[in-house]
Design a protein around this ligand. Structure first.
Ligand code: M6R
Length: 596
């Protein structure tokens, strides 16, 4: 996720671009840069925050240009990898948000034709591709280039010989046009525009847009004109940064389908996981903290089920005290931030023990990536809410991918089975959306159950850690005391705590443990506790045994943790909101825990 802003008008572009860019800094802050056409193309960029760029900017004159703030996905956060990227002639500048999937093959071809690359980014292949098609018409060259590109993009480009014109295009990354008198704007998101205009047009997938001071032209990738009426935005600036959602957490929960999509992008066809190979691996240990530990626990079940490989999960803060076994498992360290001190310590310990270490993180170039042999990135985009939501979902997806890869390499999955599982993974964004569409229903249930002082969450097998994650979510943001148990464990002690004022959230989807879950729910109901179940759509029996049901779509049970987690996140969010808690910044917590 990166932020882009473009301007074509009569005023000096620089202050407008910087102001807009600062409002998009939530989209990433690994590096920043600007391109302005004055007397020729002027490009300034650097690693780090926008403020760092601003401090060193000369007074760039010109009333056409764009700016970019980067959240790195390909190529470490550095000055050379910062956008804009410039072609060999030094006349075309390009900024990009998204991932060019076929960048490696494009780069190979373009280098063979004599183009010189200066960065490690996927984006640079596109600017050279545009250069190769340029024949005096930037719009035409971009259109041709985009036909050769696979992946997601929102781009902005300018050419020194075509002043007064910024060209944008979009596929699966956001881009919006702001319309003003004698000036027009482009941006990744509305907050960058609101100071200047409230009239916007959303660019749709596979569309291109040209802005000049005088007008806006929207076309499809074939060059056909597209007509779309501007909309008036009524949000305040602060509302707009949250995309109209009341809290970042809610926005981020709603970004789950996109996070799944991005994490799968370009990886499913060949199971090419950033160069990870499972050769020689005979067992797996997953190590992490907090929410990431819950993903690790889900991973244990997933690896055993899909790849038939022995797997275990351990808390990072405990791992280093365990005895090193003689066998050397692959140690998978999971951390959203890649900066959690306990997880970094565990990574060092794993390698000290002679194990291969694989990191799964959301942050490119984070410390974890330097402590492991290989890294697979979840590409969930920046997460601002302290409570991990979309990044947990992306971690699950990354673990499914690793399990598929291992199943393929170990020969435990036949071709048909592998294809079937891949198709099911492709359908996960829809499964998440199905639950998101129930947000209002879940809010009503939160009003019913969210006044409790104590709650219990139960689940079995792969949905036991999902119940743990549900309990953690409600604890940390609503301050309701919640305990999670493997459903079969209640009768070994915790049942003593159940009364009519301790609601139980039971994950009872149709999986191999379903019948047993029904029995456990019976034990709970017999003690008078109200039961809110997460069940599978079309299950006519479950509602007869519980007080309320939130349905997830009918998908293969091994993938059910994804929609179930989205439901539990929405439930925790709604409960916290009703209790008027500071949802994005819960007391005593920090997004990244860099102390042991
Ligand atoms: O960045 P990490 O994934 O390593 O963070 C680990 C935990 O601190 C984190 O998952 C924490 O539990 C969540 N913010 C809770 O929502």
């Amino acid at each position: 996720m990166c932020g882009i802003v473009g301007y074509a008008g009569r005023r000096d572009a620089l202050p407008i671009l910087l102001d807009g860019l600062k409002r998009l800094e939530y989209r990433g802050y690994d590096s920043a840069g600007v391109a302005i056409i004055g007397s020729g193309l002027q490009v300034v960029k650097d690693k780090g925050f926008i403020a760092n760029l601003e401090a060193q900017l000369p007074p760039l004159k010109g009333s056409t240009g764009f700016a970019h703030t980067r959240w790195a996905t390909h190529g470490a956060p550095s000055k050379v990898n910062a956008h804009p990227h410039v072609d060999c002639t030094g006349k075309i500048a390009l900024a990009h948000n998204g991932i060019i999937e076929n960048h490696a093959s494009l780069r190979e071809k373009l280098e063979a034709r004599g183009h010189t690359f200066t960065s490690q980014t996927d984006t640079e292949s596109l600017v050279h591709l545009i250069e190769s098609y340029y024949d005096g018409d930037l719009e035409a060259a971009i259109r041709k280039a985009l036909h050769d590109v696979r992946g997601s993009y929102a781009i902005l480009a300018v050419h020194a010989d075509e002043p007064g014109k910024v060209i944008g295009a979009r596929n699966e990354s956001p881009l919006v046009v702001g319309i003003g008198p004698d000036e027009n704007f482009l941006a990744s998101d509305v907050p960058a525009l609101l100071r200047y205009t409230d009239r916007v047009v959303y660019v749709m997938d596979k569309e291109m847009v040209v802005i000049t001071p005088k007008g806006v032209t929207l076309k499809d990738l074939e060059g056909n004109a597209v007509r779309r009426e501007p909309q008036r935005i009524t949000w305040s600036l602060e509302d707009a940064e949250k995309g109209g959602f009341e809290h970042f957490m809610l926005k981020e929960i709603h970004e789950a389908p996109q996070a799944i999509h991005q994490t799968l992008l370009g990886r499913l066809a060949n199971l090419d996981l950033d160069g990870f190979s499972s050769e020689g691996i005979t067992s797996v240990k997953l190590v992490a903290c907090g929410t990431s530990y819950h993903a690790a626990l889900v991973g244990k079940y997933v690896f055993e089920e899909i790849a038939r490989i022995p797997a275990s999960a351990e808390l990072a803060s405990e791992y280093r005290y365990s005895q090193a076994p003689s066998e050397r498992p692959l140690v998978i360290l999971i951390s959203q931030s890649g900066e959690t001190a306990d997880t970094l310590g565990a990574a060092r310990e794993a390698r000290r023990r002679g194990c291969k270490a694989l990191g799964i993180t959301n942050i490119l170039g984070s410390s974890l990536t330097r402590e492991v042999d290989k890294t697979i990135y979840t590409r969930a985009g920046i997460e601002i809410g302290v409570a991990a939501t979309k990044t947990f979902i992306a971690q699950l997806v990354a673990l499914y991918l690793v399990a598929l890869k291992m199943g393929q390499d170990r020969g435990t999955l036949g071709y048909d089975e592998l294809d079937r599982l891949k198709d099911q993974l492709r359908s996960l964004p829809r499964a998440a959306q199905y639950v998101l569409n129930k947000a209002q229903e879940i809010e009503a249930l939160a009003a019913k159950y969210g006044t409790a002082r104590d709650m219990f969450y139960i689940g079995r097998h792969v949905n036991y850690p999902v119940a743990m994650e549900g309990a953690l979510k409600i604890k940390e943001i609503s301050y309701i005391h919640a305990e999670a148990y493997a459903a079969g464990e209640l009768k070994h002690g915790p049942l003593a705590l159940l009364t009519s004022s301790t609601p139980v959230v039971a994950v009872a989807v149709q999986d191999p443990t379903y019948e047993k879950m029904r029995s456990n729910i019976g034990e709970v109901s017999a003690r008078g506790s109200p039961v809110l179940a997460i069940g599978t759509e079309g299950d006519k029996e479950l509602p007869k045994f519980v007080d309320d049901v939130i349905e997830i779509p009918s998908i293969p049970w091994i993938f059910s943790p994804v929609p179930v987690s989205v439901a539990l996140q929405l439930f925790a969010y709604a409960a916290a909101r009703l209790r008027d808690c500071p949802i994005d910044k819960p007391r005593n917590l920090a997004k990244s825990v860099t102390v042991e």
